[in-house]
Design a protein around this ligand. Structure first.
Ligand code: HEM
Length: 182
């Protein structure tokens, strides 16, 4: 994945746990890269090794690391580095979700070698959405949980989200139910 993803894991760790913990995570992961370049592509393996090492050092399970990472991606990386793009995504939670399938299309202009996730959104009614997530990668379900909670927080929207199904074939396919709470 592009270096900006690994930079975000670094940002999440350094801001919440300090530089020393980050150094420990890098050391445990055995990754030789110490400085990630945002628009350079790195092996996906590096990102997964960072998550695994963060889980060990911070004594959190990997699902919690991925969830925190997803929220951080929206509320910090997205907000600070791509504020205009995030604003263009929609004026409220529901509109943002409806536009989600097109979101990475614009990002491909910045990161042409992107291998983006795919989303399909079924709006059952104004308060209930079925979200389909498809990926060439395995194991990012809890990243998606964090991302959607980050989007909800961005709009001060309380939500409930549950995983209905996970199909793990050549393409990973998760189906989520998301309900907004007044
Ligand atoms: C301006 C904001 C955003 C930027 C710049 C961005 C950019 C990226 C980049 C660079 C990757 C790594 C993929 C690669 O290098 O091949 C990625 C992956 C991903 N993005 Fe975004 N993204 C943004 C917003 C979002 C939003 C709003 C969601 C909503 C759910 C999202 C969901 C994901 C997921 C799930 C992945 C993991 C890849 C996978 O599942 O295969 N992103 N994004």
């Amino acid at each position: 994945m592009y270096g900006i993803v690994n930079q975000a894991i670094q940002g999440l760790v350094v801001e919440n746990y300090g530089q020393e913990k980050w150094e420990e995570i890098l050391q445990l992961s055995g990754i030789q890269v110490t400085h990630f370049i945002s628009n350079e592509s790195y092996e996906d393996e590096i990102t997964f090794e960072l998550v695994a090492a963060a889980s060990e050092i911070l004594q959190l399970n990997q699902e919690d690391v991925l969830f925190a990472f997803g929220k951080y991606w929206i509320l910090n990386t997205g907000h600070q580095k791509y504020g205009e793009l995030m604003k263009a995504g929609g004026k409220d939670f529901l509109e943002f979700m409806k536009n989600l399938p097109n979101f990475h299309g614009r990002i491909m202009l910045i990161y042409p070698k992107l291998c983006p996730p795919e989303f399909l959104v079924e709006v059952e009614n104004e308060k209930k959405i079925i979200l389909h997530y498809y990926s060439a990668r395995n194991g990012l379900t809890h990243f998606v949980f964090g991302l959607i909670h980050g989007i909800a927080a961005m709009f001060q929207q309380t939500i409930e989200m549950q995983l209905l199904r996970s199909e793990q074939g050549a393409t990973w396919h998760d189906t989520f139910l998301i309900e907004t709470i007044d």
